[in-house]
Design a protein around this ligand. Sequence first.
Ligand SMILES: [Ca+2]
Ligand SMILES: [Ca+2]
Length: 228
Amino acid sequence: MAIRLEKGQRINLEKSTGGSLTNFCVGVNWGAIEKQVLKSGFLGFGAKAVTEVVDVDLDLSCVMFDENGNLCDHLYSPLYRQDLLAQFGLPLGKLLSYNDALKHTGDDLEGDKGGDDGLDNEIITVDLTKVSSNVTSIFFFLNNVGQEDFAQIPYAKIRMYEGTPTKVDSVYAEYNVVAEPQYKGKKALVMGQLYKKDNTWKFNAVGDAYEDSFLGQTIQRIRQTYVK
Ligand SMILES: [Ca+2]
Ligand SMILES: [Ca+2]
């Protein structure tokens, strides 16, 4: 049974079947916005309802820090502009971490069309055994690149699960972003933090949403607010 994450909840990465979670996926599943609009015909006659689809580009990213709060590694879309990233002192985006410990499946620019396909649109696979030993915290966060806020998106769910990007074996924890009324007007979400304490990894479900319109702002916020 998956843990339904509550904001601020801290959890051990222990499985109900015994052992601890070291290899898992963090994925986000979301839908494009579909709305019915009236389109008038020739000379304004024969108006009929048509479905208009608005692409939703959410970005799942992560940043890794050492115990002194230095940014050690990152995974975010290579499509972010270099000049904008440079304003925040950030390097170009990439989809693979050092030691291949974390991998991103790539930037989905649209969201599901024609309903929920049940699959995550962007996934980061994690192998905690390969993470560089100096990394003590890994933050996962979500940015909405488009104009819409979270409340306008039909669904956006984040989950941690065992399996692969194409096969979900066992859902460990899940988080429903758009069902939360406090996410109205917000475009960025600091989802959670994996942190190492006494050589054991734990997870803290942060769940704080912000109005950031650019990933650089969210990373700066993470450094200033959450990294200790
Ligand atoms: Ca995306
Ligand atoms: Ca999907």
